[in-house]
Design a binder for this molecule. Structure first.
Ligand SMILES: Nc1ncnc2c1ncn2[C@@H]1O[C@H](COP(=O)(O)OP(=O)(O)OP(=O)(O)O)[C@@H](O)[C@H]1O
Ligand SMILES: [Mg+2]
Length: 379
């Protein structure tokens, strides 16, 4: 019996951080990467470069792994079913994962459980989108059912002149989902991890800040959330994980209204940007717990190590050599933790993150923001 091999499809920073988390447990990672130099391919030993939509490539890769999991949710659902039929362990499985791949499937399923979701409809034309908005009130949100990320594939439509945009360049089989605009005061994220045996844990709930559709900062626990509200969010995530038979991390992105009620935005079934804080801020990181879950090992304690943890993303800016920025940042704040993803610096692209922990929230926020700003642009 050798060490178990976890096959990860997708070579981004999530795969890179999963690999790091598996080293101590003796877990081997095999990677199906988009290119030889992508973030995780720089650190994983066993790399196959290939197209994750090509059945022959994915099947050949998967058949030599003990279990297959994901860095992103873009592997075609049919291909995952084909893997399962060949006896490959796919975790999370396609029946669960489709709810993270397809926002229409997700909305319908959660609505059928009576869970809080925005009023929504699938619209087939700009005219139907206008009719939907006339019913719910303007503005509305339009989204493509599949393929979106970091705010791409999401439009706020203020009036009928903008109703054509979501239908432009629609890929085959992709639908347009119209949603009531939720006037949220902040976004929250509830992360749960579930194993095939049914063991599950919930992380403390985080507040996340998005700019231009990209997560820039999280604070954990979410400030001002009462114990009852936090528990309700955790319970929601645990229930969805169980109902959908999720294996691994489930991130439930929530929008909180002024009256404190929450609405589910979307689901992700892989380590999530809002859980990056857990590497340095929790007793067991989301990456380690994801690996433990897909291997059906006992899960680790998700609790926070300190009263406050702030994670701030480093987005591509003026500084092109991030390692150059490290000297200043590390010298200034020995308690700050830095993760760099080995990616080329492109304006606005996620290239790393920093994490600060401590007792005083204002201080922790200031330290995380300063570290990220310095890495991004220097002074
Ligand atoms: N119904 C809504 N009402 C108001 N704002 C919304 C609504 N749906 C989404 N948004 C806003 O748009 C952002 C992006 O939406 P969503 O998470 O569906 O897209 P995404 O591109 O798949 O995101 P991700 O980067 O998380 O994959 C949300 O984080 C939220 O700020
Ligand atoms: Mg989202």
């Amino acid at each position: 019996m050798g060490a178990p091999v976890v096959g990860i499809i997708g070579g981004g920073q999530l795969a890179r951080m999963m690999h790091a988390a598996g080293i101590g447990l003796g877990i081997k990672v095999a990677l199906l990467a988009e290119g030889p130099d992508v973030s995780a391919a720089q650190v994983v030993h066993d790399v196959t470069v290939g197209d994750y939509t090509d059945p022959a490539t994915v099947i050949a890769f998967a058949e030599r792994c003990d279990v297959v999991t994901f860095d992103h949710e873009h592997v075609p659902t049919d291909l995952l079913h084909a893997l399962q039929e060949r006896g490959v362990l796919v975790r999370p499985g396609p029946e669960a994962l489709v709810h993270a791949q397809d926002k229409v499937v997700m909305r319908r399923r959660l609505a059928s459980y009576g869970l809080p979701v925005p009023t929504f409809a699938v619209v087939a034309s700009p005219e139907e989108l206008v009719a939907f908005a006339d019913g719910t009130g303007w503005p509305v949100i339009a989204k493509t059912s599949r393929g979106g990320y970091d705010g791409k594939g999401v439009w706020k439509v203020d009036d009928p002149t903008g109703a054509g945009e979501p239908f432009r360049n629609l890929a085959p089989g992709v639908e347009v989902l119209a949603e009531e605009y939720v006037p949220f005061v902040r976004e929250l994220s509830a992360l749960a991890v579930r194993s095939p045996s049914g063991q599950a844990v919930a992380y403390p709930v985080s507040e996340s800040v998005q700019q231009d559709g990209i997560c820039v900062e999280t604070t954990t626990p979410a400030p001002g959330l009462t114990m009852e509200q936090a528990t309700a969010c955790q319970r929601l995530a645990l229930e969805i994980a169980q109902d959908l038979d999720v294996v691994g991390v489930l991130a439930v992105e929530l929008m909180q209204r002024a009256d404190s009620s929450v609405v589910v935005n979307e689901l992700a079934m892989r380590p999530h940007n809002t859980g990056h804080w857990s590497i340095d801020g929790a007793l067991t990181s989301q990456f380690e717990n994801h690996l433990r879950a897909v291997l059906d090992l006992p899960l680790g304690d998700p609790r926070a190590r300190a009263p406050w943890t702030v994670m701030h993303n480093v987005l591509g800016g003026d500084r092109t050599d991030l390692v150059d920025g490290l000297r200043h940042v590390l010298a200034r704040d020995p308690g700050l933790k830095v993760q760099l993803y080995g990616k080329g610096v492109v304006a606005g692209r996620k290239v790393g993150h920093v994490t600060a922990v401590g007792d005083d929230l204002d201080e922790v926020l200031r330290r995380a923001r300063h570290g990220a700003a310095e890495l991004r642009s220097g002074s």
